[in-house]
Design a protein around this ligand. Sequence first.
Ligand SMILES: NC(=O)C1=CN([C@@H]2O[C@H](COP(=O)(O)OP(=O)(O)OC[C@H]3O[C@@H](n4cnc5c(N)ncnc54)[C@H](OP(=O)(O)O)[C@@H]3O)[C@@H](O)[C@H]2O)C=CC1
Ligand SMILES: CC(=O)[C@@H](O)[C@H](O)COP(=O)(O)O
Ligand SMILES: [Mn+2]
Length: 381
Amino acid sequence: MVKKIILLGATGSIGVQTADIIREHPYEFSLIGFSAGKNMNITRKLIAEFEPEIVCVQQSEDAKMLKAEYPAVSFVAGADGLIEIAVRDADIMVNAVLGSVGLEPTLEAIKLGRTIAIANKETLVTAGHLVMDSARQYGAVILPVDSEHSALFQALNGEKKEQASRLILTASGGSFRDLTRDQLKNVTVQDALNHPNWSMGSKITIDSATMVNKGLEVIEAHILFDFAYADIDVVLHRESIIHSMVEFHDTSVMAQLGTPDMRVPIQYALSYPDRLPRQQAKRLNLAEIGKLNFQEMDYKRFRALQLAFDAGIAGGTMTAVLNAANEQAVALFLNEEIKFLQIEEIIERAMDQHEVLANPDLETILHVDAETRKSVKNMLK
Ligand SMILES: NC(=O)C1=CN([C@@H]2O[C@H](COP(=O)(O)OP(=O)(O)OC[C@H]3O[C@@H](n4cnc5c(N)ncnc54)[C@H](OP(=O)(O)O)[C@@H]3O)[C@@H](O)[C@H]2O)C=CC1
Ligand SMILES: CC(=O)[C@@H](O)[C@H](O)COP(=O)(O)O
Ligand SMILES: [Mn+2]
């Protein structure tokens, strides 16, 4: 049976790699619709290759322009268009957009009991409890794409969750892992975009350099697997070969390993519960395992990780504040309007200014998200 795929964020790093997997397995998957933001070149290439039923783009002018070029395709635009495409009848909706913009489309697809393959960690950090409560209510399946959470999901597969005692996330340390905090004062955007192991979109690459990414992933792990923060650890692992581990109460540790290639966790989510062969993948050289490097996480050097734990433990709306402040701050850094170390300063100030609201509904979360973005803008005035 060919699985019909709806892909949000098709023109991004995860989106393009998801298209690779669909291309590699034409008898397993069919791309029936996708969303893009502003990248019309990749959008045109995907339309020509996959002949989707429906395409969403950010700007309505782009939708009009494309309609003239591809009259057989339906085009929608903007936030409403993202929801319209997300709820399209399909076997899997892949959320690979960037940022909390992915939240409402995901919630609407969940209400229809859809299977969601989720790469978009901002959705889960912003409103993970709403997402998981709604998934339980409507019987929707949430499959992790993020490499660490795919590893945790695989290591937990077939196990009794109550017999797992600890989640151990691995962190490469990012682009500046060999710099002291003092040396971070004048680093450039170009330097920050130079991740040692992964080729990713700009925002997550900056998040890896600040260690916010690992902080978001700690919250994502708490949300997806319902582990207390006290039972989630992070270890520095320079090679990104062990993608994360689960320790059980008999002290066994199950790990998932592989060369750093996001197509593997993407394919696993799409083909779950089966595994499909990957001829094109670079197989792990077993000699490399002997050289793997692990170090204790240094929470002083990587202050943003501590902030993320603090936000998760505070709960309620605080994770939405962390995420929104970070999204704004990273955009400012990428625009060269602030220095690298100001990213974590902005996050800390936004959190200090926030009164946590417990058990927030969607309206409250969206309001807090918007207010946080405004407050970050005011910080710089
Ligand atoms: N890249 C990776 O290896 C990994 C990514 N992730 C997560 O996956 C998600 C996507 O990351 P990544 O692929 O790197 O991001 P990219 O920036 O490469 O791609 C983001 C995608 O979302 C679209 N987009 C951006 N903003 C909007 C918006 N406001 N409305 C509609 N569409 C929008 C972009 O469109 P366009 O480019 O056309 O403007 C693009 O298709 C993130 O949450 C990230 O943390 C998780 C693990 C690994
Ligand atoms: C590929 C992926 O899942 C990214 O989240 C990656 O893990 C970032 O790596 P670090 O945050 O460990 O540098
Ligand atoms: Mn990850």
